[in-house]
Design a protein around this ligand. Structure first.
Ligand SMILES: [Zn+2]
Length: 388
């Protein structure tokens, strides 16, 4: 048994001993008190002999489950669950539920904790059944039960059910976060319909996403992708350029597709104009590199290098430096050493591109829901000299 669990049990044993002391004072000379005291010492004995299962059983039997003691057992269950000893936590909660002396509120709290045990153990169906039952009635734990249910539906990627629960939470909460969360769920659903090639449903979901959060960057990206696939390049450009107004930190996400859209249209002036506007509002390495590539195509290598050097003085980044080395190498031909380019490319390859602003999880892939802390819309392109 891990040391902390043993420590927890010892603390519980002390608390139970203390409560027994109080109880003995209130009910002196009672036969029951003598029995409780006996149970307490039996439990302590099990603990000292490192038999924690038997100790838990005995301590649970040692006290009546009532308003004074139920919180101790709930705390013990939570600690075991957090320690990953979920079987013990489940046993404690199931034993508590078997007690007829629990009040309705206590019983619901125990059921909620048991559902969390099942979630931790990966028994999502059992957890869902308990939580669905809990949310049927109005009580103080309903909000928490809805939030736990939402976690299950996210994990199972049951987006319609997640939308239903998030709508209930949105209506009962003053927080605006559920609007953003709902927009992400609709985007997930749109993605699913796109994979099934149901484009009508996908568009309907994206309209709903925008209805919940008009600054939903992900919906703009998906709409841009759909319009591009259908050859509606001007519509795609409209969606993708909207990102700079929704949240300019996400501009880099739309640029590759935007460039392709402009490639299909005769005049490319629009793309340069958009990049120039972005540079005016928020200078970032991806936009600088995109503008440099455009200048390289349209005006040649020297013009591109001049532009890039000017930008690098104002906004030095590893990505920009790598581009400069690449251009210098291209201009120098075989006489130029590939060593610098090799170094900057390798440095870039090692760096993460996106990071979660809540927990710091980082990587090369963009996650709308952070794989670390499970929050939505908190992963952003990394800023600073090694990022944007
Ligand atoms: Zn995170």
């Amino acid at each position: 048994m891990p040391d902390l669990s043993l420590l927890v049990l010892i603390v519980v044993a002390i608390v139970i001993g203390y409560l027994l002391g109080l109880y003995s004072k209130r009910r002196a000379h009672s036969v029951e008190v003598a029995s409780f005291n006996k149970d307490y010492f039996v439990g302590l004995n099990y603990l000292l002999n490192e038999q924690p299962e038997e100790a838990i059983d005995t301590f649970i039997n040692a006290l009546d489950v009532n308003s004074d003691t139920v919180d101790i057992y709930l705390a013990l269950g939570t600690l075991f669950c957090k320690r990953g000893e979920v079987e013990r936590s489940i046993r404690i909660h199931q034993d508590l539920l078997a007690r007829p002396s629990l009040t309705t509120s206590q019983s619901i709290k125990v059921q909620l904790d048991l559902a969390k045990d099942y979630m931790y153990a990966g028994l999502l169906d059992r957890a869902e059944a308990i939580l669905v039952d809990i949310i049927q009635h109005n009580h103080e734990h309903k909000g928490e039960a809805l939030q736990q249910l939402l976690k299950i539906y996210e994990q199972e990627r049951e987006w319609l059910k997640a939308i239903d629960i998030a709508e209930k939470l949105r209506r009962s909460s003053s927080e605006s976060t559920y609007y953003k969360r709902l927009a992400f769920y609709y985007c997930e659903l749109a993605d699913h319909h796109l994979n099934e090639n149901d484009r009508i449903m996908a568009r309907r979901c994206l309209r709903n996403a925008m209805g919940r959060d008009r600054d939903c960057v992900r919906a703009s990206l998906l709409l841009g992708k759909m319009d591009y696939q259908e050859g509606r390049y001007r519509d795609a450009i409209k969606s993708l350029e909207r990102i700079s107004r929704q949240n300019n930190a996400y501009i880099p996400l739309g640029l590759p597709l935007l460039e392709k859209c402009y490639d299909h249209l005769s005049g490319k002036g629009g793309y340069g104009g958009y990049l120039a506007r972005c540079l005016n509002e928020k200078r970032g390495s991806t936009v600088i590199v995109a503008m440099t590539r455009l200048l390289l195509k349209e005006k040649g290598v020297q013009h591109a290098i001049d532009f890039l050097i000017t930008q690098l003085y104002k906004h030095p980044t590893l990505k920009g430096l790598n581009m400069l080395v690449e251009l210098e190498y291209a201009r120098g031909g075989e006489q130029s050493s590939p060593l610098f380019l090799e170094v900057t490319k390798n440095m870039l390859a090692l760096k993460p591109v996106y990071a979660c602003s809540a927990c710091g999880f980082s990587g090369k892939e963009m996650h709308w829901q952070c794989p670390g802390c499970k929050k939505w819309g908190v992963t952003m392109p990394i800023q600073g000299i090694e990022g944007e």
